[in-house]
Write a protein that binds this ligand. Structure first.
Ligand SMILES: C[S@@+](CC[C@H](N)C(=O)[O-])C[C@H]1O[C@@H](n2cnc3c(N)ncnc32)[C@H](O)[C@@H]1O
Length: 323
């Protein structure tokens, strides 16, 4: 397994970063996030948005990078909503939160490469070229995971598990226990920068979180006007991700009828999706998207299995408006 690379701006003034057209990465480092695609997508978003709805917000990369008067985030995954809520409360004093995390890292004996590496890690690097962090952190991570599973109300623990876990994923088993193994990642300067960026974004924007709803219920629950915009980034039917387990052809068709209904009401939306991937085509999307405008997006699709960029994928953005 290759070590995932984190790309994060080290400047905390997110508004000036946005003006410079740099993408800000969410501290939730979500699999399938839109961080790298945001410069392309933002050009296609409406110019003037009153309320922006991130219907499948995941890690929130799209929300962090959008320009809108108000931002509303939704995801069906309650753990995702819980983490955003936690980070938003922490944003009031992000330095205090970061200090608290450093103390936890120390308490559990996890590595903290932001502050430099130890001789033990340097030795491990020689033996385990690509897995030195996971070798170093394995036992500490399992202790942390065990403690979180005993009392899941501690969201600091969940955030640390996400930072140190395999591919920064969030995964629970059927019994509701967090079961992701340790990853070859640790707390480096990018994590701190991403947290400061998130806090700066949250403190400078009007951001609301939903209670965590299925997309259809969420759309039905909001009052929309013609200057609002909804962004849909659902699980992709033809690729593999943990959250794709939640997604079926039935959901795909349900989503398109929600989008058709919004279109009939004159509400603007944009949809990200994958039209073809590894010889597979999403036929439902192919037929339905003929009714709207379709843009090809230069994709950075990365497989959770080998982290290599898949060049045989066609990622698209579909809209019902002209800019
Ligand atoms: C492709 S990810 C979104 C990534 C996000 N745009 C980002 O940049 O991090 C899809 C998300 O849809 C959520 N999801 C799956 N089924 C859903 C449903 N029925 N309603 C709402 N959200 C759902 C998953 O939990 C996942 O977070």
């Amino acid at each position: 397994m290759m070590q995932p690379v984190l790309f994060v701006a080290e400047v905390y003034d997110v508004e000036s970063q946005k003006k410079k057209k740099k993408s800000i990465r969410s501290p939730l480092f979500y699999v399938g996030d839109k961080y790298k695609l945001m410069p392309q997508l933002k050009k296609l978003f409406p110019n003037d948005i009153d309320t922006y709805y991130d219907v499948f917000c995941g890690g929130g990369s799209a929300s962090i990078n959008v320009n809108a008067k108000k931002i509303v985030m939704n995801d069906v995954d309650e753990k995702i909503i819980e983490l955003h809520e936690h980070l938003q409360i922490a944003s009031k004093d992000i330095d205090y939160f970061i200090e608290k995390m450093y103390n936890l890292i120390k308490k559990y004996g996890l590595s903290l490469s932001e502050k430099g590496t130890t001789t033990e890690i340097e030795e491990l690097k020689k033996i385990y070229i690509k897995t030195y962090f996971s070798n170093y952190n394995k036992d500490a991570y399992l202790r942390l995971r065990n403690d979180y599973n005993k009392d899941q109300s501690n969201i600091d623990f969940l955030y640390l598990l996400l930072v140190y876990g395999f591919n920064h994923m969030i995964r629970f088993n059927r019994q509701g226990k967090f079961n992701l193994p340790v990853g070859n990642v640790d707390w480096n300067k990018n994590v701190t920068a991403a947290l400061k960026n998130y806090s700066s974004w949250y403190n400078n924007n009007e951001v609301t979180l939903s209670s965590g709803m299925d997309f259809e219920k969420f759309v039905e629950s909001i009052e929309l006007t013609s200057n609002d915009f909804l962004y849909f980034d659902p699980p992709y039917l033809i690729t593999f991700s943990d959250y794709n387990k939640l997604w079926s052809e039935k959901d795909e068709r349900r989503l398109y009828s929600v989008l058709d209904r919004l279109d009939r009401k004159g509400i603007k939306w944009g949809l990200s999706n994958m039209l073809s991937h590894k010889g597979k085509q999403n036929d439902i999307l192919f037929e339905w998207s003929k009714n709207y405008r379709e843009y090809k997006i230069e994709s950075n699709y990365i497989s959770r299995f080998d982290n290599t960029i898949k060049k045989d994928s066609k990622e698209i953005y579909v809209t019902n408006y002209y800019n």
